[in-house]
Design a binder for this molecule. Sequence first.
Ligand code: ZN
Ligand code: ZN
Length: 411
Amino acid sequence: MSLLLRNARLLDVATGDYQEADLRCADGRIVETGTGLSAPDGVRSVDLAGAPVLPGLIDAHVHVTASTADLGALPSSSPSYVAAHSARIMSGMLDRGFTTVRDASGADYGLCDAQEEGLLRGPRLLFCGRALSQTGGHGDSRGRGTRVSDDHPCCAGLGRVADGVDAVRAAARDELRKGAHHLKVMASGGVASPTDRIDSTQYSMDELRAVVEEAEAANRYVAAHAYTARAVNRALRAGIRSVEHGNLLDDESVRLFAEYDAFLVPTLVTYWALKKEGPEFGLPADSHRKVDEVLGQGLVALERAARGGVRTVYGSDLLGGMHRHQNEEFRIRAEVQKPIDVIRAATSTAAELLSMRGEIGTLEPGAHADLVVLRGDPLTDIGFLADPSHVMGVVQGGSVVSAQRGSALAA
Ligand code: ZN
Ligand code: ZN
């Protein structure tokens, strides 16, 4: 597939400047950018009339299998039924401009292969399989009255329970065996889990270090769910590279992010959505009450981290029917960050976290031709990204995969 986009405003996310130029793709990659490019025979040429073009967006914290916000009910859903939901959820993400997503538990090699083979439309999918959780931790979906484990391979849950250094090593190796791009551990309590407290720490340091060691042995890294400073800081000291949420982090955390070369992936939109719509989409009442403990502090934590130079990456973490709010995270973050910094979180910095620098999150020649074309300039009004109705079209691997009706990109 070849494509020439003419008269575009190409955003260089490194400098924050636009270049008025053309962009040509071939064989799935960006081949060249510059003025007055001509289309070789058979190449589709589209005049964008000055529309801004950004690298395809990256969301580093999604759950494409979260068909409901009632995570306790998920393991009893049929995997084929959940896969049908995943296809719908991933398709929506692509239309919102996301061409790569990192799944933070739930997705497996089947969905990844299906997307790669074109069986379903959606963003490139980097998965971790099941998140590792201690008994009674954020990945243990059993209510208090349930004794038997629901951690069964045919089920569609997000987590697996493993206790003790040997057991977590075996679980980590098993997820790597199934092709995990990274490992995920639950290092503190969470909102959507039935029996834990938000302010708990989860897993011993020995267990966390064992998971990190297994990931590093396979040239992979570990992402950890953690809210409080206590949980975040011990995760960082254990060698975790990607801290998820971090709503209650402190100045010591900021120092440790630098010391350990780690990334922060806030997911502010999910608390906003859970507060507003959680119960409507299956969030149990006990979980809804826990939202307030993290909602207000998230933006404060992001500001503190950004001011301290922590590399922050875009995450949304939405569940069930709330996925449609995925782009709202741009607007929320823009309350404390410049638009270009929020855009970097969803492009170049995300690419660094995913070890795909130069491959995605940039418009430089050689990168995958994953692009999003907008109706207006998000640097002056973040609303052009935060509201997906302003996405004129999406290019993935050099092909137009989404186009608003009547727009220049529509066939
Ligand atoms: Zn989490
Ligand atoms: Zn999550």
